[in-house]
Design a protein around this ligand. Structure first.
Ligand SMILES: Cc1cc2nc3c(=O)[nH]c(=O)nc-3n(C[C@H](O)[C@H](O)[C@H](O)COP(=O)(O)O)c2cc1C
Length: 169
């Protein structure tokens, strides 16, 4: 298990506490770039992103989720959308969005940063679009809170894979 990709897959944890250090625009653009290299059906690349570092905008976004403290603590967030005009298949385009987001999380890990995928904010996705001056053609998939990790121990668990493998032929 020496491959850096395998290592990143196992080492990545959701990071919800950050130092005050900034994340540069260059770093955030690199994270977006990694997202765009995810596979998508027909290579239609149906995603769009909004990068937010402005504290006033972050605070407005923070008010849209139960996890406001995470967005308030993170120096940057990236909102990930599906562009309805670029979609061709409901299921496959959503799968592409998930692959994109996971690519972004692995890039964050590789860059020594920390992030968490925030989904609870989707309950207020219309308000998020309004805050970001976006029309309804953009469907919010997730908000990633990103920063430099301040958490010491990062732990998570998974059930044994034999609980998930239905059969092996
Ligand atoms: C679709 C989705 C939605 C999530 N929403 C939230 C959220 O709103 N708030 C939060 O703190 N974590 C959220 N998470 C992170 C999960 O809680 C986390 O991935 C899970 O507990 C496993 O921990 P790990 O990422 O450290 O392995 C979400 C993850 C996914 C994939």
């Amino acid at each position: 298990m020496t491959s850096p990709i395998i290592k990143a897959i196992y080492k990545r944890r959701s990071i919800r506490e950050y130092t005050d250090d900034e994340v540069t625009l260059e770093q955030l653009r690199e994270i977006v770039r990694a997202g765009t290299w995810a596979p998508s059906g027909l290579n239609n690349q149906p995603w769009k992103f909004v990068i937010v570092r402005d504290p006033a905008v972050r605070e407005q976004l923070a008010q849209q989720t139960h996890y406001s403290h995470i967005i308030q603590a993170a120096p940057a967030v990236i909102a990930v959308f599906l562009d309805k005009g670029a979609m061709y298949d409901e299921v496959k385009d959503h799968q592409s969005a998930g692959a994109c987001i996971q690519n972004m999380l692995l890039a964050v890990e590789a860059m020594g940063l920390g992030a968490v995928w925030l989904g609870q904010i989707l309950k207020n996705k219309d308000k998020v679009n309004k805050i970001l001056s976006l029309g309804s053609e953009y469907d919010l998939m997730a908000v990633l809170a990103i920063g430099h990790p301040s958490q010491k121990e990062r732990e998570s668990t998974r059930r044994d894979i034999d609980e998930f493998i239905l059969s092996t032929f």
